[in-house]
Design a protein around this ligand. Sequence first.
Ligand code: MG
Length: 203
Amino acid sequence: MKILAIGRNYADHIAELQNEVPDEPVIFFKPDTAILRNNEPFYYPDYTSDVHHEAELILRICREGKDIDRKFAHKYYDGIGLGIDFTARDLQAKAKAKGLPWALAKGFNGSAPVSEFLPLDLFPDLRNINFRLDVNGETRQQGNSRMMLNPFEDIIAYISRFITLKTGDIIFTGTPQGVGPVQLGDRLEGYVEDKKLLDFEIK
Ligand code: MG
């Protein structure tokens, strides 16, 4: 399986990092070795000193498809969960300054904690899903799917023009404002609506 992610998909987050609003979606990969499941702890690596949390709604792909029409995109995912797109902001800043890819800054081991997936029928309106991330009991990020510049179906349609999606792939759909560093000992708790889906520690 593979993990695909979209960057710069919430205007408020683009503003906080002083990035430009992209004319086309910014897409990147994380390898399957980035995944943490079942609330496993995140072990802070030694090659960065500025790991940021980016809380994101994630989609589970349930059938193979390429060149998917946005009208049919909803048939290609069957679960919504919460993920953290951990980003080594120091490595990313270096890469950005040189116009180089983000592979290591976004794809390092453990950089993709993912929750269980909730079935779509739990959500009466996919364009109105609230989610949030608390760190040590304090809310750091809050978002709603209606704030996305590219909604789910546009992300799926766009990516699948270039890259075939397969069952089991996961798509990270972008983070709202409030990203920031994590520290040893932090406890991260993530919610979709009122359901706690993530609860793990930084070690
Ligand atoms: Mg992100």
